[in-house]
Design a protein around this ligand. Sequence first.
Ligand code: NAD
Length: 319
Amino acid sequence: MRMRTILVTGSEGQIGSELVPALRRIYGDSNVIASDIKVSPNSAGQGPYERLDVTDGRALMETAKKYRVDTIIHLAALLSATAETKPLAAWQINMNGLLNALEAARECKCRFFMPSSIGVFGPATPKKNTPQVTVQRPATMYGINKLSGELLCDYYHRKYGVDTRGLRFPGLISHAAPPGGGTTDYAVEMYFAAVERGSYTSYIAEGTYLDMMYMPDAIRAVIQLLEADESRLTCRNAYNVTAMSVSPEMIAEAIRRHIPTFTVTYCPDPARQAIADSWPDGMDCSAAQADWGFRPEYDLEKMTEDMLSNIAARVRQST
Ligand code: NAD
């Protein structure tokens, strides 16, 4: 693996707080520059941190030049549920922030990674085994931003030769950092509620299938795609990746195999339910498998076991 100097934007979020330590283990602490709009970062101390608002194009460019980065991982964004409540702010951060990051990548000749999302699909998209290339008419501001972002990555690759790479992430499940306002956050909440209270009220209805992936698989996929042979990549916008297609009651059932008394009631939130209903039930990941060998390690059972034991250990520590 070659050495890299990597700038990570939005590093203090759900993905960044696990991705940055993983990158630092591989590329060295000082070669991974964490950055976020937050003033007091959790990642401070282990390596460089810059307070950076991605809507400030000049600051982003200066930071990339200051550290002579050769790779940019652009995570800063407003997520699906938050973006629906603040659509103009979402456009500003998700679109202008991305454009600023792509410009820095172009100027500094960086490899570029952006996580896209299942949100790029919409009600007209085939819901089952959703193809890599298919109808994309998203119904949310977040989806519109992510789809436009994918097209921009394609454009910067074709027009300027920027080495853009992306993943269409499903809902990501993690015990380490809290999720940041996505539609699939219910899954993470359910695991914590099971351990802490023994019951949960789901804002997503029974029978709603959505793609999910455990964070260790997501982190591994980012690094694997980052290091993939350029000549093998057929998609420069973003690859479909998922590990499981699950409904709330399937997660509840998996939890009950460890905590038999766990109960779930359903009280769907119309806004988030509408977003979930417009997304695929399950994506086809064959392009990611063929081009760079994507293969998740965690299924629902294995993830549930790991989530519950980690949350239980944390609860024991705090009492
Ligand atoms: P998050 O909300 O947990 O973190 C986003 C981070 O961006 C936060 O730390 C926030 O402070 C920062 N941020 C917000 N505005 C900023 C600005 N103007 N300048 C700099 N930083 C700013 O999100 P996450 O779950 O870590 O997601 C990271 C990326 O992955 C996003 O692009 C998101 O769309 C994508 N994604 C996430 C999921 C998921 O389930 N977590 C799924 C699909 C795609």
